[in-house]
Design a protein around this ligand. Structure first.
Ligand SMILES: CC1=C(/C=C/C(C)=C/C=C/C(C)=C/C=O)C(C)(C)CCC1
Length: 289
């Protein structure tokens, strides 16, 4: 079933050719707000599961989580360049971890660097092929304008470092992994990011290559399998948090609908505030497997 991602990616690429940029934005928001948000909506439950042996109450965990999210929000307000840089690096680690956690055996200290390089390579490719839109959102968050060359240098550095880490980790590679396959994936992403607009490029990678595999890993971790019953249990336990996040995004939209770039900027900052604790929870979950 590994190739369902490539089949879905090609289907969505075909869809991209049929529709204009407005429609791509609608598809992007719908997929990010449904499957994308859902894969982070069970963080509190995963945290509670992790902490039950230490007898920390669920309320304390919830309060800690909300306080952390608020702190990240404040960091975006007072030190936006630092917050955005840390967000992109941590997101790179998180995307790379999801994509590569079955590629190498767990023992090497170089693994986190390899995950980060690979994930940041994907992000820089998205930014490079969609420079104008990426730059305006980054400008709204930080007041700095980044150029096409900046993103190209980013692609170069993360591409070379991913290659170096893959070579250094070669002896830790699992037998069944093929580097050729990974290389083909990168080529497919390049075509995709070139053809689709910013939000749709990000959404296809985020949902198909990150959120769906992560959801299935979380369901297996919580309930032992990915049967229909387990999926329904997962949906039930995440529904309230998902609904709260959706309500937050919609309120923001009604407040800012005249300024869509500002909405996009705050939307990504919002995604970042829930991403920081999410990465911590998921890395903890993966180390327990
Ligand atoms: C696409 C994009 C950005 C980065 C988004 C990232 C890095 C999202 C990461 C989300 C994660 C990791 C979610 C949780 O699983 C920027 C820099 C805001 C600029 C505008 C376009």
């Amino acid at each position: 079933m590994k190739n369902y991602k490539i089949v879905l990616t090609f289907f969505l690429l075909w869809l991209t050719i049929q529709f204009d940029s407005e429609a791509e934005n609608v598809f992007a928001y719908v997929s990010i707000l449904t499957l994308g948000l859902l894969h982070g909506a069970n963080d509190i439950k995963l945290l509670t599961q992790k902490e039950t042996t230490q007898k920390t109450s669920s309320y304390k965990i919830l309060a800690g989580y909300v306080a952390f999210v608020l702190c990240v929000g404040v960091l975006f307000y007072i030190l936006p360049v630092l917050a955005l840089t840390v967000f992109v690096v941590i997101s790179g680690f998180h995307f790379g971890e999801e994509h590569l956690h079955d590629t190498y055996k767990k023992e090497s200290a170089l693994l986190p660097y390899c995950y980060t390089s690979y994930g940041m390579l994907i992000l820089f490719l998205i930014f490079y092929f969609n420079t104008a839109a990426t730059s305006s959102i980054i400008y709204d968050i930080t007041s700095y304008t980044l150029t096409n060359t900046f993103f190209l240098v980013g692609v170069g550095i993360t591409g070379v470092s991913t290659l170096i880490f893959s070579l250094l980790l070669f002896k830790h590679k699992k037998k069944e992994v093929s580097y050729l396959e990974e290389f083909v994936y990168i080529l497919v992403f390049i075509v995709l990011f070139k053809m689709a607009n910013l939000l749709w490029s990000f959404a296809i990678y985020f949902v198909i290559w990150h959120a769906i595999p992560s959801l299935s890993g979380q369901i297996r971790f919580l309930y032992g399998n990915t049967s229909m019953t387990s999926v329904v249990k997962y949906l039930k336990s995440s529904f309230l948090y998902w609904l709260l996040s959706i309500a937050g995004v919609f309120s923001l939209y009604f407040y800012l609908q005249d300024d869509l770039y500002l909405f996009n900027a705050i939307f990504f900052a919002f995604l970042a505030t829930i991403t920081f604790p999410h990465v911590w929870v998921i890395t903890g979950m993966k180390s327990k497997k």
